[in-house]
Design a protein around this ligand. Sequence first.
Ligand SMILES: Nc1ncnc2c1ncn2[C@@H]1O[C@H](COP(=O)(O)OP(=O)(O)O)[C@@H](O)[C@H]1O
Ligand SMILES: [Mg+2]
Length: 345
Amino acid sequence: MSLLELRDITAGYGKNIILKDLNLNAEKGELVSLLGSSGCGKTTTLRLIAGFSEPVSGSFYFNGQDYTHIPLHKRNFGFVFQSYALFPHMNIYDNVAFGLRQRKIPEAEIRKEVTSMLRTVDLEGFEKRLPKEMSGGQRQRVALARAMVIKPDLMLFDEPLSNLDAKLRVKMRVEIRKLQQKLGFTAIYVTHDQEECFAISDKVAIMNHGVIEQMDTPAKIYSHPETEFIARFVGFENFLKLTRLGEGLFQTEHGAELRVSNDTLPGQSMKACIRPDDIVISGEEGLPNAIRGRVTVQTFLGKRMQYNVSTELGEFVVNADDEKVFSVGDSIVLSLTPNKIVLIP
Ligand SMILES: Nc1ncnc2c1ncn2[C@@H]1O[C@H](COP(=O)(O)OP(=O)(O)O)[C@@H](O)[C@H]1O
Ligand SMILES: [Mg+2]
């Protein structure tokens, strides 16, 4: 049994059902991310785990116990939210000490724990400051310290970095991951940022309209998306409907033949997913899966050029280096690299 298990959870607000038969597992010591666009139900899931709300049906098991109806204050969980929610009138020391005082820990022990935690988040010497005298990144580290000082059984993060600027976000996500590995806590981390999520997670659960569409390691999701929604999330932009002709050989809906190296999916009908980076622009038709086309849009991406290419199989989005630049109207030949094509049902 996993440390955390949500089983067939249905939940929402009044009659408005948001989560439908949702299942989620996390093992001890793992950082599991919930990734999805705004409104898909990430915060609703986290609130349920935290104990702010109860499901309509389904159950939540933690450490082998039924937690579904255990009240919030009996769950030893730590939270870090998007708005840091520090107490503005309390100094940093008192903010971090808050959870320990609520638990009636002796002051001498509190001093030891708070000092050690402030050292861990690199904020020694800031004890007497007020939150408003700290930068956004420092305040978020205080929020982390305050959540972790109670030695929670589980840490819950809800878009903790979304109020920080881009550079600090990258720095802080590495710090959170380092702390998580050093202290060994289990965490559920909610974000809508694909890069952030893939960078720090052991496992990623991608949510779509209140269900988890795929849950796996970042590497597995990146290379083996199971649905078009997931594939789009991880950078596939070209999709072709296929019918099987034979082993590794398919026909597109426009009648063209397509060779696919990794033909492991059973069935007769499926879809090919191809990233813009995995299409080669060549001058001749000798390469496999060659398609003639005409450039309709040229976009400068910085390191790469991107082209929209109109072909008889539809429009393709293709990235290429800037060694040879094509203009709108140019005739080119695309080659869909057979071992880069991913098949989905
Ligand atoms: N307190 C609430 N009362 C009613 N509906 C809510 C409430 N909070 C969120 N919702 C609705 O639930 C859905 C999921 O919201 P939420 O879990 O906050 O999404 P996310 O965190 O993924 O952006 C949204 O359609 C939202 O409008
Ligand atoms: Mg949210």
